[in-house]
Design a protein around this ligand. Structure first.
Ligand code: ADP
Ligand code: MG
Length: 693
């Protein structure tokens, strides 16, 4: 349960006085739903309103705050000219102009003969001083309220900085004073302040130094978030390790049979990785290992060998994949590979219903199924195993920490192998996995040719038709990917459907379409036709992103490639590296191309090395392309910015480990405070499971 002291800032944003439904909607566009979200919304710059020169000395284009006396109102002569108010500070006149707003409002706020303080930008027309739409108009006694440094926030249309600031100030007032969760000596060493002070100062910058990511205040906040992240991961890991494992060391019987059946030899990297995994399993400790390998590097077969080891010992294995399509593909793939080998494989997804489901569940419980493949349906409560000893999670970043944990709860001692497709930079491995052991397949199977990647304007898309026809004539297949962007799902779906129709004009029923809105059955049917070669072109929204394997597919055309994240483009391109034929990847972009978009296309064109791409991705996402960040699937930090704070991550990692070695259950006074920290950054799930375990 979330500690009570956190309640005020976990309330809906509308609980702040003055925030109504309309403002709430605008704030939601900025990702702000609860009070704490507003607190995490840090300024991107500031306006200094402390400058208060006499008007004759005021510099053009500077922001000033001055007291003036109102002399005269001049109503506009035409609709297009402004309403003008003439005022003076005794040294010079100034024209205050309004292009919009009711004249009544203006008359009320700037009454002739009275004094007002105005704040805004000074403009000069000839010798005439002007201020258009002052940011502030207040009574003279309130001058100190505005003669300050005003933080400027990322905004959305319809929401002014003033309004956001006002609500934020109220939110800050509601923030409870927390007991310190960081080590005091560490704070002193870093020259950091308390959480509350840091948050306050981050929202009340006094200079440029206070709005940059490595300001002392922001660093402290970033560190809080990183520590919460690392602590959560360390707790999960501790929990997994707590249940000591058992020795799993099969006689190699099944694996030998499989090896003989395979049409290829394992690569050196696959062999090495299997040895690392085998050693883990043979030890008394529970395995918790990350398997990294670029798309097409052959992780699936490694997973299969790993599972067979457990089955040779009479145990069960499970493999969990993020989508129905991928689970089904694994299933078909395994069925085929294991044909004539005495291993029972079943598929369990959310779509497995009724009798079939009951049958699978009872077979799982009595041990008649050796390998179960499935989506997250696998870790729903009703699923029991006879003896689950090995869990493979084919995740490609899709599962959260607690999801990983809940499946392993099914097999208290199960060894866990997490497979991930894109090589992850070290810093990000930490954020996603903490300190899991890791193995890398850093070698592609023999005979894979590099993919030829071209970048092309979408205007030229029609030129592709002939090239596509040539490929179809020699039996090769084509993916045509259209982006799916959450915010405009409908539009993008329409785009994919349009493309499908256009291609059908040239290629008739050789074209198939899959998208996220289709029922699983329909999707599977189309995918199957494509796999079997009945369709030559598969038009798809990003559903094919994850793991599909069609060795005949040699062309990958990505429409609006500039909208995709780097690692996503890399993944997609990996789809056409399955067979031995030359792969061609065509990145279609449309103007205007942002600098970041251009850089991404450039990067993907220049290299196929997943590690370089991952590093590049990290760099580019720093430039703030939200889309890239969202789609690349790395944990989204709110206060920490990996471009600036990745150094702190390593510290947080060590810190978390140290904390738990001294206080494994977070029972000390600091431990209590750290629990609050975990809740503050919404690691509730982890704490819950941890308590139960
Ligand atoms: P990923 O690492 O992306 O999951 P897969 O396991 O799907 O890659 O493997 C891609 C393709 O390469 C599959 O068709 C698989 O059968 C094949 N493959 C795997 N290992 C080898 C190997 N050592 N030699 C040749 N082909 C291999
Ligand atoms: Mg795979």
């Amino acid at each position: 349960m979330r500690p009570q002291e956190l309640y005020p800032i976990f309330k809906d944003i509308e609980s702040i006085k003055g925030v109504g439904a309309k403002t709430a909607k605008l704030l939601e566009k900025l990702g702000i739903k609860k009070v704490k979200d507003l607190l995490w919304h840090l300024p991107s710059s500031f306006i200094d309103r402390r400058n208060s020169p006499q008007l004759i000395f005021a510099r053009e284009n500077s922001i000033i705050t001055i007291k003036v006396e109102i002399l005269e109102h001049i109503e506009p002569k035409s609709k297009r000219s402004p309403y003008k108010v003439i005022a003076t500070d005794g040294t010079s006149n100034i024209t205050i102009s309004f292009f919009k707003g009711s004249s009544n409002y203006i008359k009320d706020s700037l009454p002739i003969g009275q004094e007002r303080v105005i704040s805004g930008k000074i403009e000069k027309y000839g010798s005439e001083l002007q201020m258009t739409h002052p940011d502030y108009i207040v009574l003279p006694e309130k001058i100190n309220e505005i003669m300050t440094i005003e933080p400027v926030y990322p905004l959305t249309q319809g929401l002014s900085n003033r309004v956001l600031l006002k609500h934020l100030r109220n939110g800050l007032k509601d923030t409870p004073i927390f007991n310190e969760w960081q080590d005091e000596a560490f704070l002193v060493k870093k020259n950091w302040h308390s959480f509350n002070e840091s948050l306050n100062k981050a929202h009340n910058p006094l200079s440029e130094n206070d709005v940059i990511p490595n300001s002392t205040y922001r660093e402290r906040l970033a560190y809080d978030e990183l520590l919460a992240n690392q602590l959560a991961l360390a707790l999960v890991r501790n929990q997994v390790k707590q249940n000591s494992g058992r020795i799993i060391k099969g006689d190699g019987n099944l694996r030998r049979t499989l090896l003989e059946k395979l049409s290829f030899e394992l690569t050196g990297a696959q062999k090495r990785v299997l040895k690392e995994i085998g050693d883990d399993m043979a030890s008394n400790n529970r395995m918790l290992r990350l398997l990294q390998g670029d798309v097409g590097s052959g992780k699936t077969i490694v997973a299969l060998f790993t599972m067979l080891n457990a089955i040779e010992c009479g145990f069960q294995s499970a493999i969990m994949a993020p989508t129905d399509i991928l689970s089904t593909q694994h299933y078909n793939n395994f069925k085929e590979i294991l044909n004539n080998i005495n291993v029972t494989v079943e598929l369990l997804t959310g779509k497995t219903k009724g009798k079939k489901r009951q049958e699978i569940l009872s077979k799982l419980a009595n041990g008649e199924i050796d390998i179960i493949i499935g989506t997250h349906a696998l870790f729903q409560e009703s699923v029991d195993f006879k003896d689950l000893a090995c869990v493979v999670i084919d995740e490609q970043h899709r599962f959260g920490v607690h999801q990983r944990l809940s499946l392993t709860e099914k097999g208290k001692k199960a060894d866990i192998l997490v497979m991930t497709a894109t090589p992850i930079p070290r810093t990000l491995t930490l954020t996603s996995y903490g300190d899991m052991e890791s193995s890398k397949i850093d070698e592609l199977p023999k005979g894979r040719k590099p993919v030829i990647t071209k970048v092309m304007n979408i205007n030229k898309a029609h030129e592709l038709i002939q090239a596509i026809q040539r490929k179809i004539d020699i039996g090769e297949q084509i993916y045509w990917v259209c982006p799916l962007v959450e915010e405009s799902e409908k539009l993008d779906l329409a785009a994919a459907e349009d493309r499908y129709e256009i291609l059908k004009r040239s290629f008739g029923n050789k074209v198939g379409l899959v998208h996220g809105k289709m029922k699983a059955k329909e999707k599977d049917a189309v995918m199957q036709e494509f796999e079997q070669g009945k369709k030559s072109i598969l038009v798809a929204t990003t559903v094919i992103e994850v793991g599909v394997n069609v060795p005949n597919a040699t062309i990958m055309i990505i429409e609006h490639a500039e909208r995709f994240g780097l690692s996503q483009l890399h993944q997609l391109r990996g789809r056409i590296k399955r067979g031995s034929n030359q792969g061609n990847c065509i990145l279609l972009y449309s103007n205007p191309l942002t600098e970041n978009g251009r850089a991404r296309l450039e990067a993907i064109k220049n290299t196929e090395d997943g590690f370089i791409i991952a590093e590049e991705d990290l760099k580019l996402r720093g430039a703030g392309e939200i889309l890239g960040a969202k789609q690349s699937g790395f944990p989204d930090f709110l206060l920490a910015d990996m471009n600036y704070h990745s150094g702190l991550l390593a510290t947080a990692y060590k810190d978390a480990k140290f904390i738990l070695s001294k206080d494994p259950e977070l029972k000390t006074e600091r431990g209590e405070a750290l629990r609050t920290l975990l809740y503050l950054f919404e690691k509730d799930e982890v704490i819950k499971t941890y308590k139960a375990g």
